[in-house]
Design a protein around this ligand. Structure first.
Ligand SMILES: [Zn+2]
Length: 270
């Protein structure tokens, strides 16, 4: 009995220490987040996927697009600075005019699909999408998603073993309800929080890099227009509604304009 108690204490201590070590404060928003995975390991995984993507997809050799993406990317990377000290930045344009999308991976690997240029007609607009994607990386959102999955798995194992004496049918029903509850009540709100955090952080980075933050309003409006018609209701979506996003951007705009003014005074020209 005593041994069990000692073991329990030890396990609790280890778990507490892991949680403590995995606690991360997101720059700008100051949110405390749980990162259970080592960053270096996630960056290594990301690098493998990025290299695979470069093999599988057509890398664009369009001179103008490549120059623009590298120019904007480097300036945003500079304004990110020490918020992502381990980054080994790389900016790649993938040739796919149907994909109006971009992504950034842990470690600083950024991919832009050529379709995004239909919307991102200016460098400031390109900075909006690149800033947003890079902000996801700075805030370690993929680490937090993996950490949440680990916790949900642990809870599921605990719940399942607590029902050892129940019938298989009710055990299955409880586990299904738990899975749905975890998705709707835990994962989705966090995904939406990650989106608005990336908007917030991205806006600061692009303004600090000397791009006009007001361009974000036009960029997301056009994006929304493009994606119209296939929108799930907001509570089922991992993205904020256009209206919510606009409200948040307008709220953050005075602070972003301050950063923009400072950047222009420092000689960062568009
Ligand atoms: Zn996002």
């Amino acid at each position: 009995m005593k041994e069990n108690l000692e073991f329990g204490k030890l396990a609790l201590c280890c778990f507490g220490a892991t949680l403590l070590a995995g606690c991360y404060t997101v720059p700008e928003t100051g949110r405390k987040a749980l990162n259970l995975m080592p960053d270096a390991q996630i960056s290594r995984l990301a690098l493998t996927s990025f290299n695979q993507l470069k093999e599988d997809e057509k890398v664009s050799d369009d001179y103008e697009m490549n120059v623009r993406v590298n120019r904007v990317g480097k300036r945003i990377a500079e304004s990110v600075g020490d918020d992502l000290p381990e980054a080994d930045w790389e900016f790649i344009v993938f040739e796919n005019d149907e994909m109006m999308n971009a992504f950034a991976m842990p470690g600083g690997k950024v991919g832009i699909y050529s379709g995004i240029f239909k919307i991102a007609s200016t460098d400031s607009m390109l900075a909006v999408v690149m800033g947003h994607e890079i902000a996801h990386v700075v805030a370690r959102h993929s680490n937090q998603r993996m950490s949440r999955q680990i916790l949900v798995q642990l809870m599921a194992i605990g719940l399942d073993s607590s029902m050892e004496n129940s019938s298989p049918g009710s055990r299955r029903a409880v586990m299904a309800a738990f899975g749905l509850g975890a998705t709707l009540g835990y994962e989705m709100p966090y995904s939406r929080l990650s989106e608005s955090e990336a908007d917030h952080l991205g806006l600061v980075y692009l303004a600090r890099a000397g791009y006009d933050p007001v361009a974000s309003l036009e960029f997301w409006r056009l994006m929304e227009e493009e994606n119209d018609g296939e929108k799930p209701p907001e509570f089922l979506s991992t993205h904020p509604s256009g209206e919510k996003r606009r409200e948040q951007l307008l709220e953050l705009m005075p602070k972003a304009l301050e950063e923009y003014k400072k950047a222009l005074q420092d000689g960062k020209v568009q």
